[in-house]
Design a protein around this ligand. Structure first.
Ligand SMILES: [Zn+2]
Length: 284
């Protein structure tokens, strides 16, 4: 077995702060939380308005929830300079978009951790919020937005689709929001025997109007390419498909669709897990 090669202990790399353009310069540890004092590693002292040079004006602190290490939430206290332009008087704050977008409360790696915890480890939002030391709503809003960005906003995911399945699922068991979700899956690989079904989209609710709106949002070219729509017995889906995809054939096969939808979800989960592991491998 290979002997490990050791370097000096370093919180900046251990806590993935280098990927956020931050350097760790201090720590405050208690039994319940870890606070890491950080400073940016990039420079940002040139005026965005006139290109003049800025003089340091004062210092402010940006707090960001970060990925937890062990069971102790980790919070970043980023010490930032504010500058005033010597030419035009414009005042700006050192840009920390590499650590988190403006107004975000969770660091980019903290958010990636949260999304993995939810999708791969099946952790609940309340557990994730507790580990990040943020409110439930802060965690929930950020994870939903990140999930959309990573899993939904893939511009190529609608390419080559000719067979779709539509189905409804009970999504949540709470009072808040719609109880049902309409799941749309790509069955093209199943029909062509090239692979498993893929999850295409999930939309809140289960009405004809929602499915019809979703279909109408696709391009005419995409809709013209759909040959088969598999669905359960809900007549609303059939009517929506007939109106928006007049050339497609509707197939009723509830058991098959339910099973494939489940397989599609499992596949997405596996894919995310695989990508996560691959990513970890690259970092290591
Ligand atoms: Zn200026």
């Amino acid at each position: 077995m290979d002997q490990p090669t050791f370097s000096a202990p370093d919180l900046t790399t251990f806590c993935h702060l280098d990927t956020l353009n931050l350097s760790c310069v201090g720590q405050q540890l208690t039994e319940h939380e870890a606070l890491l004092l950080c400073t940016p590693t990039n420079t940002d002292d040139w005026c965005r308005k006139c290109g003049g040079h800025g003089a340091p004006r004062d210092t402010v602190t940006r707090r960001l929830a970060h990925e937890p290490f062990g069971h102790r939430p980790t919070t970043l206290h980023i010490r930032l300079r504010r500058y005033k332009c010597l030419e035009c008087g414009h005042v700006w704050r050192h840009d920390t978009a590499a650590a988190a977008p403006a107004r975000a409360k969770i660091s980019r790696t903290g958010l990636a951790w949260a999304l993995r915890a939810l999708v791969v480890d099946h952790a609940t939002v309340s557990v994730i919020a507790k580990k990040l030391a943020v409110s439930w709503h802060t965690a929930n809003d950020a994870i939903l937005a990140e999930g959309h960005r990573v899993l939904i906003d893939d511009p190529t995911r609608f390419d080559g689709v000719t067979v779709i399945g539509v189905d409804e699922h009970v999504w949540r068991h709470t009072q808040r929001g719609d109880k049902y979700v309409t799941v749309i899956i790509d069955l093209t690989p199943v029909r062509d025997k090239t692979g498993p079904a893929r999850l295409l989209d999930m939309i809140e609710g289960r009405s004809k109007a929602e499915f019809k709106t979703w279909l109408a949002e696709r391009s005419q070219e995409w809709r013209d390419g759909i040959e088969v729509v598999a669905m359960d017995g809900f007549t609303g889906f059939k009517t929506a498909a007939a109106e928006e995809l007049p050339t497609a054939v509707e197939v009723m096969d509830p058991f098959h669709v339910v099973k494939l939808a489940g397989d599609g979800l499992d596949d997405v989960r596996r894919r995310v897990q695989q990508e996560t592991l691959d990513h970890r491998g690259e970092e290591g």
